[in-house]
Design a binder for this molecule. Structure first.
Ligand code: PLP
Length: 372
């Protein structure tokens, strides 16, 4: 049996997304910058996609910029906010995705910008008091970048409260929402967030397309210069097929959000209960009350602690991740599991689900795990 439990790394394309991509590839090949009818048709489709994505977030279409991925969106926020708003302090948590962590480190290593890395507790939460204290003592403009849901342990941060604190101290607030876009509803009118990032391949869209939300009052400078596409915020001929496929995937996900959420939550709960009942000394990483429903990070006791564990699962047809998927292959240990102080004699595996997964798959994985 082949089981794909690595949906936090990437998701399979929804078949309706594939069909619409085929159709669009045939019908919408015009360059959206061309003024003839072929170009205008493509332009209209892109603007309609922008409108739909903006509607999901309850923002203006003028606040949505298409990018190549979550990594690009996050890079643009950090690098360009520093330039545009003379940011003096970047405040992040120690469990941010590497595309935030490494970017922030690079900016601060090559400038006078201060990098403040907030520790997290064993559940993966920053202290809101510490954030407020750091902002209070910071000199000059600050940019706070705290992810919504952690991609390794699933802990969900309280972005509403973080937004309130940022507002109080007049700091810019970016949240990496790559793991939560299309999985939860968003109303950005009700939150104080200046920037957030999305990536289509995390919600059954294609790889290589993402977006950035930039609040009207916090518009950035462009990071990529050229022909002035995306109202000059991000030049380069648009990834038309990607943009339209991302819109389609988002529409499908929003339409099915409650059904899929319930289905995946039920599957995850079933897996958790059986794991604890049938395998000795199982623990779960991250805040289990405020956890992304698509992720289950399981901490196994020492008898599983072998380099061969993930490899053996792979041989049995089970695809999972031993840390952040984006860093898999580079087995340098997970900065997230280190931060939440996973004991060295334990080993963690991230199982991550989509609505395509079934109880039969969970049963199979349990049988394999019980054989170790
Ligand atoms: N941020 C988070 C939380 C992620 O999980 C990922 C990918 O795993 C990224 C950013 C990077 O997104 P992309 O693969 O679109 O560059």
């Amino acid at each position: 049996m082949n089981v794909y439990f690595d949906n936090a790394a990437t998701t399979p394309l929804h078949k309706d997304v594939i069909f619409s991509m085929n159709e669009n590839a045939i019908n919408l090949f015009g360059n959206p910058s061309s003024t003839h009818s072929f170009g205008r048709k493509t332009r209209a489709a892109i603007e309609s996609a922008r409108k739909n994505i903006a509607k999901y977030l309850n923002v203006s279409p003028l606040e949505i910029i298409f990018t190549s991925c979550g990594t690009e969106s996050n890079n643009m926020v950090l690098k360009m906010a520093v330039e545009k708003f003379a940011v003096q302090n970047i405040i992040i948590s120690e469990i941010e995705h590497k595309c935030v962590l490494n970017t922030a480190e690079d900016i601060c290593a090559n400038s006078n910008v201060n990098l403040i890395v907030l520790e997290v507790n064993e559940k993966g939460h920053i202290s809101l008091e510490t954030l407020a204290k750091e902002l209070e003592k910071a000199e000059g403009k600050s940019l706070v970048s705290i992810m919504h849901a952690n991609n390794e342990i699933g802990t969900i941060a309280d972005i509403e409260k973080i937004g309130v604190i940022c507002k109080k101290y007049d700091a810019l607030f970016h949240s990496d929402t790559v793991q939560t876009i299309a999985h939860y509803p968003f109303d950005l009118k009700a939150l104080n967030i200046d920037y957030l990032s999305g990536s289509a391949h995390k919600f059954h869209g294609p790889k290589g397309i993402g977006f950035l939300y930039m609040k009207q009052s916090a518009k950035l400078k462009p990071m990529i210069h050229g022909g002035g596409q995306e109202r000059s915020y991000r030049s380069g001929t648009e990834n038309v097929l990607g943009i339209l496929a991302m819109e389609k995937a988002l529409n499908i996900a929003v339409e099915n959000m409650d059904v899929w959420k319930n289905q995946i939550t039920e599957l995850k709960t079933y897996f958790k209960v059986r794991l604890q009942a049938e395998i000795e000394d199982i623990k779960f990483n991250g805040d289990q009350e405020n956890n992304l429903y698509t992720i289950l990070s399981v901490s196994f006791p020492s008898k599983f602690n072998t380099d061969m564990f993930l490899f053996s699962l792979d041989l049995k047809g089970i695809a999972v991740s031993g840390g952040s998927a984006c860093a898999s292959g580079a087995n340098t240990g997970s900065h997230v599991l280190n931060a939440v102080k996973q004991p060295l004699d334990r080993t963690s595996v991230r199982f991550s689900f989509s609505h395509y997964n079934t109880k039969e798959e969970v049963d199979y994985v349990l049988e394999v795990l019980k054989g170790f």
